[in-house]
Design a protein around this ligand. Sequence first.
Ligand SMILES: [Zn+2]
Ligand SMILES: [Zn+2]
Length: 73
Amino acid sequence: MSEMKFVAELDIGATVPMLLHCPMCKERHIDEGEFATKLHHTHACQGCGHVWRPAVVPTHGVRFLPGFKNAAA
Ligand SMILES: [Zn+2]
Ligand SMILES: [Zn+2]
């Protein structure tokens, strides 16, 4: 039942929302549409094309961190 285990791991949200900025040109990197839910370790800057890996875990770039406004208030 390895397939079911794989699905279960995806269900717990294995990709981490992060505020990502390109280390080369500092452009904000936001994963939208299919990239927001598709697991990926490396991100390609839409501005300069630089590819980097911000963390060892799968991540996706977001405009705002969930709960960030609440934490700052
Ligand atoms: Zn990305
Ligand atoms: Zn860039």
